[in-house]
Design a protein around this ligand. Structure first.
Ligand code: FE2
Length: 294
């Protein structure tokens, strides 16, 4: 593979800094159905959703926001090539130490800060847990594996610069939704790095200054979305209605996390099976139906 064409192949993990670990542990395990899978030793919690040892690291650092995103490449050669690309883009890159790699449970990683100031990692060689995924509330399975953990939607200060950064990583535009807003249409760019319709979406930063609008996780059984929705309502969590998105056709609902940002819990998202045939489109609404806010 030429250096220009090397790119990340999935959103592997994210770190979230939270102010209430107990509420997050309860929410993540007993509402979302993620599996607690140990701690990195400083009070943070690993959460598992598939064969990967963990996909989420919840840390008691109080930001109530995303504090890390980690992107996978296929091997050591691709990691070296990506280090050169990120450096050529103008960011300071350093190799992760053996201790840092061990903490993430990967063979090697590089570390830098994205154009919006979020610590970012690229790694290869994730540790796969040989024990079966075991959801504490009986979710059958999440759609993850080679498609990555799901997607994140980020609000950034400079959208054009963040898009250039995303293209450098290897992401491609799937489509754009011009969200209706009181101040006129608000463009959100959706980007893919593998067949999942989007692993990343980029919009303007909200007045709160928080970067993470939401993350999305996808089940492989529609009933698991229904169970989660019923449970969220029973617990009287701020929960939206079911809906289907215009662009990725995801059937999903949104629920507020203990940090205030939302989780999208979905089923049946579109896959971009053939990159060569995909054409960029745009929409004026995020949903075909539903997705009413709490
Ligand atoms: Fe989403």
């Amino acid at each position: 593979m030429s250096e220009a064409s090397v790119g990340v192949c999935q959103l592997g993990y994210i770190g979230i800094g939270v102010s209430d670990m107990a509420a997050w542990t309860d929410f993540a395990c007993d509402v979302l159905g993620l599996q607690a899978n140990g701690s990195s030793g400083d009070g943070s919690l690993y959460l598992r959703m598939d064969e990967y040892h963990h996909r989420f690291e919840i840390s008691p650092s109080g930001e109530d926001d995303i504090i890390l995103h980690g992107w996978e490449v296929k091997d050591a050669a691709a990691l070296e090539q990506m280090a050169r690309k990120v450096r050529a883009f103008g960011l300071d890159v350093r190799e992760g130490t053996a201790e840092e790699a061990a903490r993430r449970m990967v063979l090697a990683l590089i570390k830098f800060t994205d154009p919006d100031g979020i610590p970012t990692e690229i790694y290869y060689g994730p540790y796969l847990d040989h024990r079966p995924f075991n959801s504490p509330r009986g979710v059958n399975s999440f759609s993850a594996g080679g498609l990555g953990l799901g997607h994140i939607v980020l609000g950034v200060d400079n959208i054009e610069e963040y898009l250039r950064f995303s293209f450098m990583l290897g992401a491609r535009i799937s489509d754009v939704i011009h969200f209706p807003s009181p101040n006129g249409p608000l463009p959100i760019n959706f980007l893919h790095v593998n067949p999942r319709h989007h692993s990343l979406a980029i919009g303007p930063k909200p007045p709160s200054g928080k970067r993470l609008n939401h993350f999305m996780i996808e089940t492989e059984d529609l009933d698991d979305v229904g169970f989660a929705l019923a449970l969220a309502k029973k617990r009287q969590l701020p929960t939206g209605t079911l809906g289907r998105h215009t662009n990725d056709k995801m059937l999903s609902f949104y629920v507020h996390t203990p940090s205030g940002f939302r989780v999208e819990y979905g089923f049946g998202g579109l896959l971009i099976e053939d990159e060569e045939l995909w054409q960029v489109q745009h929409y004026s609404e995020p949903s075909i139906w539903g997705h009413e806010r709490p």
